[in-house]
Design a protein around this ligand. Structure first.
Ligand SMILES: *Cc1c(COP(=O)(O)O)cnc(C)c1O
Length: 460
């Protein structure tokens, strides 16, 4: 990174200005910055991140948001609409994810602030629900499952046992999982699909193991929850992963990803309301009044609930299906372009999101080249691989063709430079010799530059 963003272009505020700036100037500033930043993804060359990409859809959500942006959804006496939005978001998501198959308990849900929020609440709920049987709970997650599980484990004192995955299929090693369950194991994790490779763990088998041991199974469908069900309807070969699978007890699904809502919401679904309720927080004897909140957040914007509800009700099943159709077929075409190169290999059997590596050269050379053509792919490690999360911006005309051409040129570049050190590998790639202190120091430096270094407050 270099200078503080927009230095020389806009004023830098190190202190709250004494006199305010007029609205027009501020809105012009914001419009200028977003006009500079939007083209990075608008052309469809950026992996993931922008799931819908239509500015008219965003305008519609912003308008929905504007009606309730300033409302605190905790104050339900003032905003019964929040109850309607939240309950309907949960009900529609439960229905989409097969909750009608649950017969021996009452399904329920929780709207959270994002995928990490849904995962954190699931880990907390499993810990609290099993309080009477263990004070040293552990959960087993595939190595490929999202870091949010490890983060939640660290926050809540729940041990995460990291199960290895098969290097070819990238699916979790079931024998390892079986061998590492003990009396303190409260839940297993499977991803549908995982973020890294877009592959789906064997949820049916995990469900059977969970049932046998009478423990939970969380399916992380943060990414897949709002697209895989439609991929199934469209005839793609996707194994059942939802509440129709015996043993699945919770599912996370991000409305702010393929749910095409605004950033800031996700749904955590529970097969059993009692598990959700176990993580509720109450303080009934506080001098400030009786307090309760459904999850970790206190005040939340009712605007986000309204916008999420608006996205779901507006798109409907046919809208989601149509988008899924475009995304799956675009992904298939992009994967075919990868497979047309004998030096590239796709990791496992992916769905709409795929990742590829090379046994012939460091695939980061391909990334180095693709960057010069405006592509922005995510880098992975062990092995070095590049990940493309196909979203709606890639479904625009011409993007697949550009991918084909640029990838071919990238492979030629990689073959030519195979004996050099790839540039982008230093940032994204695996650290030689595995994780070490140097990598930790690098991340700390990176975070400091992002958060602190640019605007240190001068001492008095
Ligand atoms: C994005 C993602 C998460 C985390 O979600 P955030 O919304 O970034 O907090 C968890 N799991 C998977 C599979 C994801 O793709």
């Amino acid at each position: 990174m270099g200078e503080f963003p927009y230095t020389g272009q806009f004023d830098i505020h190190r202190v709250l200005p004494e006199e305010g700036t007029d609205r027009t100037t501020i809105l012009d500033t914001l419009a200028t910055m977003s006009a500079i930043e939007n083209p990075v993804w608008e052309g469809g060359q950026c992996s993931g991140t922008m799931y819908c990409g239509d500015h008219d859809h965003y305008d519609f959500l912003n308008e929905a948001f504007s009606h309730f942006s300033y409302v605190n959804s905790l104050q339900r006496d003032m905003c019964p609409s929040s109850t309607k939005f939240e309950a309907e978001i949960i009900a529609m998501t439960l229905d989409l994810l097969g909750a009608q198959h649950v017969s021996d308990s009452t399904p329920a849900g929780l709207v959270t602030s994002g995928g990490s929020g849904s995962i954190a609440h699931a880990v907390l709920a499993y810990r609290e629900h099993n309080r009477s049987t263990t004070d040293r709970p552990n959960i087993i997650k595939p190595e490929t499952a999202h870091p949010a599980f490890s983060k939640a484990g660290s926050l809540f004192g729940v041990e995460m046992r990291i199960a290895p995955v098969d290097p070819v299929s990238t699916q979790v090693d079931l024998d390892w999982v079986r061998a590492h369950i003990d009396a303190n194991t409260v839940a297993l994790i499977g991803s549908a699909c995982n973020y890294g490779y877009g592959t789906i763990d064997p949820i049916g088998e995990l469900g059977a193991i969970a049932q046998e041991h009478e423990i939970g199974l969380h399916v992380d469908s943060c990414l897949g929850g709002f697209i895989l069900p439609f991929g199934q309807e469209l005839g793609y070969d996707i194994a059942p992963f939802d509440f129709s699978v015996p043993g699945v007890t919770t599912i996370s699904a991000d409305t702010h990803k393929y749910g095409y809502a605004l950033k800031g919401t996700s749904v955590l679904c529970f097969a059993d309301q009692a598990v959700r309720d176990s993580q509720y927080f109450f303080l009934t004897d506080w001098s400030g009044g009786k307090y309760c909140s459904p999850g970790m957040d206190g005040s939340r914007s009712a605007g986000l609930l309204a916008a999420t509800w608006a996205a779901m009700v507006h798109l409907g099943r046919s809208g989601y299906r149509r988008y899924a159709d475009e995304i799956f077929s675009t992904s298939k075409a992009m994967q075919e372009a990868v497979l047309s190169h004998s030096s590239l290999r796709i990791m496992g059997e992916p769905s709409f999101l795929f990742s590829f590596t090379s046994d012939d050269f460091d695939v980061y050379h391909v990334n180095d080249f693709l960057r010069t053509r405006g592509w922005r792919l995510n880098g992975q490690q062990y092995p070095n691989a590049l990940h493309m999360a196909v979203t709606r911006p890639q479904t625009q005309p011409g993007v697949v063709e550009r991918w084909r051409v640029d990838l071919a040129d990238g492979v030629a570049y990689a073959l030519e430079h195979r004996d050099d050190v790839a540039r982008s590998g230093a940032i994204y790639g695996g650290v030689a010799g595995g994780p070490n202190d140097e990598a930790d120091a690098f991340i700390k430096y990176f975070m400091a530059e992002m958060m602190d270094d640019q605007l240190r407050i001068p001492a008095l």
